[in-house]
Design a protein around this ligand. Sequence first.
Ligand code: CA
Length: 234
Amino acid sequence: MNHKYTILIIEDEKHICSFIETSLSSHDYKMIKAYTGKEGLSIITSCCPDLILLDLGLPDMDGIDIINQVREFSPVPIIVISARTQEKEKVNALDAGADDYITKPFGTSELLARIRTALRHSQNSGALAGSVHPVYQVDDLVIDFDKRLVTLAGKEVHLTQIEYKLVSLLAQNAGKVLTYDYILGHIWGPYTDGDNQILRVNMAHIRRKLEANPGEPHYIYTEIGVGYRMKESV
Ligand code: CA
């Protein structure tokens, strides 16, 4: 009940570190700071933090190498801190096993929301490995995974098989950004040519069926250059 989550920040920009420290300490998280990758890795092995906030541009190491090394021995949630122009790096980080990313500059509430989501996902996957939450519900949208039934304000939504697979994959990972490659691999298998066109076309169809205004989606957000994120139920 009173267990404080320990959060490790690996970030060489001291003002970002102290901003995060201020944000988190008032929310009952325990903080550890590391200004280099080496330092961070040794803290990960010695202190086993509950979550890692990781800057990709560190003076001594590439953040992606840290993710690769950590993933060899630990599923601890990793949220990458990245600059606005680093789409390719974000995708690489997610594909290497990071759970999420947050783009500088970010605010306290966004940071806290990402942390809560990542912690909840890691707890769920530990306690209920392999099982799926039976129902997704956000506002008017309900997905019953057992019945494979999607309803919007009580009315059944007719999705094609591919569209249903896509929506349920996103819903089962709600709150988390899934990269284009991850989605393509899960829905169309490992032999897709990496072309996002088929995914974008299907997403456009889904949005016309689910969103009141497909240009300003309420349920499935586009993470430009990275992938999609479905709204999480609160
Ligand atoms: Ca940096």
